[in-house]
Structure formats: C-alpha cells, structure tokens
Design a protein around this ligand. Structure first.
Ligand code: SAM
Length: 292
C-alpha cells in the first residue's frame, strides 16, 4: 500500500526515519498538503507528453505528484542528505531522475543535449528555495533551453514584482526581465500552514507561459537589460537623471541620449516605472545605433 508523501503524518515519519531536520540555509520548507501539490500540477498542465524539470525535490512530495502525470521528471537537489531519502520515497515511480547538483551550476545547454532533445514540451515546476529565487528564474529564462511553462512557488513579494504592470510600485527590472520572455500570472496564494517547518514569509504560486511573440524585437539584449536596470537605480528620479548616472554626463553622451530618446519617442522627464517593455526595447534599439 502506498501513501502520499505530502501528509503531516508521512512527512513526520520520513524525517524521523532519516533523522533529518530542515536546513534553513538551503531554504528547506516541505509541503505537507497533497491538495496544494495537485493544484500546482494542474497549473502546469502536466500530461504524459510533458518533461518536467524540478528544482529542489526535498523529500519528494511534489516530485511524486508530478511523476503521476508527467512523462519524465528530472529533479536537481543540492542536499546530499536527501539522496537516499528520495531513492526510498520515490521508488514506486520509474520516471524520475534525481540529479545531485546545485541548480545554479548546471550547464543547461549540455543538459538539454543529453536529456531533453526529444522532449515534446518542457515545464519547470518548483517550490523554490527562496534565497535564490531570482537567479534560478533568470538562469532558465536566459538559457537556450526552451522552457514552455514554469509553475513556481515563491515569496509573495517576489511574485508581485514578477507579475507587476508598468506604473505600479512593484514594477521594476525583474518584471521587465521576466515579462520580456514570458507572460506572468499569479495562479494562487499558499497559506503558511501547508509547510513543515512554516516559513516566515507568505508564498504565491506564479505561472509563466512563454510569449508566442515578444512585445518588441530587441537588437542588443545586454543593452536592453542594462537599460532596464539603470532606469530603476533611483526610482523617484526621472529617466533622464538615471540615464546620466548610468552612461555619463559628458556633452557627447548627453547628445546621444537625447537623440535616442527622441528617436524612440520617449519623454526624458518620465520615470522608469512608467515605461512599458516595448518602450524599453525601442529605447535600447535606438541607443544601440548610437554606440553609447
Ligand atoms: N519540493 C519540496 C517540497 O515542495 O516539499 C522541497 C522544497 S524546499 C522549499 C527547497 C528545496 O530546494 C530543498 O530541498 C533544498 O535542499 C533545495 N535546494 C536549495 N538550494 C538548491 C540549489 N542551489 N540547487 C538545487 N536544490 C536546492
């Protein structure tokens, strides 16, 4: 007889059997509610055509629910204490591969070549370790591994930055970086009570779906991202002031900045937070011609 991992009772048994305590430094909060996990899996539209990449399987709670629906699950876990646990808890599932690696050290292109070349669709699903939420998301987005969707649990504040619209307080370079590639929507909110141990912060599930067409074709992505960061260095200052700070105050630079802004049709007295992704892209394209 097999019982789900994600119940208070079974989780407690597993932690006791292996004499495990959650490592705070690794962002370990284990889910003990099968319902939440089923909702995550359905937000991911996981089917037998889906190859899933999971970050941080922990003791296997989410991995198990994914394995029931997916073609295959690849899960990266950094904590070596969990390897024998996962070997045990996930033994009923033949379609799971645990990789003992820091997800930030994985060469995703090489991983793709080795494991994902024939995948029909690739979906990243994770209850993220919160101390590295942003770097993990950016690694997947910037890699050439084409992820179709991502369903991610993260801290509420980060979730609102990811999904923010222009003109709001939460809108910034992270919103732009993510929404340049993906449409971002809050799927649902998660109460603290579904974790052991309970985290100090509120959690949200975000669903990211790859844009069929980007808002803007950016010629120089590095410049685009530099610009998007520069515009928010001092949020309360104008775009013009932030641009001078980023690129320099020399007359020659000023002339180029003016020319680019003019070409993109953007008023320099606006604040960065009012610019859409399309406008940032058009500005970056105008600047890229001017060799700033
Ligand atoms: N998936 C499990 C669940 O939902 O119950 C555990 C989620 S827990 C919030 C985060 C997991 O990420 C932990 O298992 C932790 O050991 C793992 N982790 C932390 N840093 C990592 C890293 N750099 N690479 C891979 N896994 C990591």
């Amino acid at each position: 007889e097999h019982r789900d991992i994600a119940t208070p009772k079974r989780t407690k048994e597993i932690l006791e059997k292996y004499n495990l305590s959650a490592k705070k430094s690794l962002g370990q909060n284990f889910i003990i509610d099968t319902n939440i996990l089923e909702n995550i899996v359905s937000a991911g539209d996981i089917s037998d055509e889906t190859t899933v990449i999971e970050v941080g399987p922990g003791i296997g709670a989410l991995t198990e629910q994914l394995a029931k629906k997916a073609k295959h699950v690849f899960a990266f876990e950094i904590d070596d204490r969990l390897l024998s646990v996962l070997d045990d808890t996930l033994s009923p599932y033949g379609n799971v591969t645990i990789l003992h690696q820091d997800v930030l050290d994985v060469d995703l292109e090489a991983f793709y070549e080795e494991h994902l070349k024939d995948a029909k669709e690739i979906v990243v699903v994770a209850n993220l370790p919160y101390y590295i939420t942003t770097p993990i998301i950016m690694r997947f987005l910037e890699s050439h591994l084409s992820v179709d969707r991502m369903v991610l649990m993260m801290q509420k504040e980060v979730a609102s930055r990811l999904s923010a619209s222009p003109g709001t307080k939460a809108y910034g370079s992270l919103s732009i970086a993510v929404q340049y590639y993906m449409d971002a929507h809050v799927a649902f909110i998660v109460p603290k009570t579904v974790f052991v141990p309970q985290p100090n912060v509120e959690s949200t599930i975000i669903r990211l779906t790859r844009k069929e067409k980007k808002d803007v074709e950016v010629k120089d992505e590095r410049l685009f991202f530099t610009l998007a960061r520069a515009a928010f260095v001092q949020r309360r200052k104008t775009l013009w002031n932030n641009l001078l700070k980023a690129f320099g105050k020399e007359e020659e630079v000023k002339a180029k900045l003016e020319k680019g802004l003019n070409q993109a049709g953007i008023d320099p007295i606006r604040r960065g937070e009012t610019l859409s992704i399309k406008e940032f892209g058009e500005l970056a394209n105008a600047f890229s011609e001017l060799e700033l």
